[in-house]
Write a new protein. Structure first.
Ligand SMILES: CC(C)(COP(=O)(O)OP(=O)(O)OC[C@H]1O[C@@H](n2cnc3c(N)ncnc32)[C@H](O)[C@@H]1OP(=O)(O)O)[C@@H](O)C(=O)NCCC(=O)NCCS
Length: 192
């Protein structure tokens, strides 16, 4: 059984994962939502206008009324820049399983922030929400995403051909990753 806690703030060494706010519209647009280098690896297309971004954020912010929504903005502790987002979604109440997805703005790639955010959300999902299994998938031409899944302890389970069609009508093969709570707890014991 999943215990829903909404979207509480999560602190790491360099990041604060927190609820998104309407005054994040500018940063979200400039830092990742308008950038095709990000959207090419996601299903939704890059946004073209501030108005579209406002609508996207309104949807996220209004959804916080439900405790079953886990959608964080990723903020740097140093300087308070909002550099990306990460969410848990597709909760399956029968299995206790869910999915995770994330984006980090291009200017902040390869500095370890994606891994730091994903590890925090993995810990939250297993230790606070009692999630049974966490899954994610990345396009095979986006190995950086697979790398952060590995660094967060997830295991590749296979490749699904033409799993998605992106906004540019390109079919993409996706590598599927998963982590069971029991595996996570064993890994954590090993870290101590
Ligand atoms: C995937 C993403 C979140 C990674 O964020 P990040 O902050 O750059 O991640 P990190 O810095 O923690 O780690 C990146 C890792 O990928 C590796 N990497 C980067 N480019 C790579 C490439 N072309 N091939 C293989 N590994 C690569 C880095 O070397 C690093 O691994 P290391 O620490 O072992 O050296 C970011 O690239 C992103 O937002 N991409 C677009 C959106 C996206 O792909 N979302 C996920 C959809 S499934």
């Amino acid at each position: 059984m999943i215990y829903f806690n909404g979207t509480p703030a999560l602190k790491t060494n360099r990041l604060t994962l927190r609820k998104m706010r309407m005054d994040d519209t500018r940063s979200a647009f400039d830092h990742w939502l308008s950038d095709e280098r990000i959207s090419d690896h996601r299903v939704s297309p890059a946004l073209k206008t501030g108005a579209e971004t406002k609508l996207r954020l309104e949807k996220i912010v209004n959804a916080y009324d439900s405790k079953e929504v886990c959608h964080w903005g990723i903020e740097l502790n140093d300087g308070r820049d909002l550099i990306g987002e990460i969410d848990l979604y597709d909760f399956d109440l029968t299995t206790g399983n869910c999915e995770v997805s994330y984006s980090i703005g291009y200017d902040w790639w390869n500095k370890g922030y994606g891994t730091e955010a994903l590890k925090a959300v993995v810990e939250f999902a297993f230790t606070h929400m009692n999630v049974h299994k966490l899954s994610a998938a990345h396009n095979t031409d986006n190995p950086a995403s697979g790398r952060i899944m590995e660094k967060a302890g997830m295991k590749q389970e296979g490749v699904i051909r033409h799993m998605i069609r992106n906004a540019k009508d390109q079919y993409k093969d996706c590598a599927v990753y998963g982590l069971l709570r029991e595996e996570y707890l064993l890994q954590r014991e090993g870290d101590v």
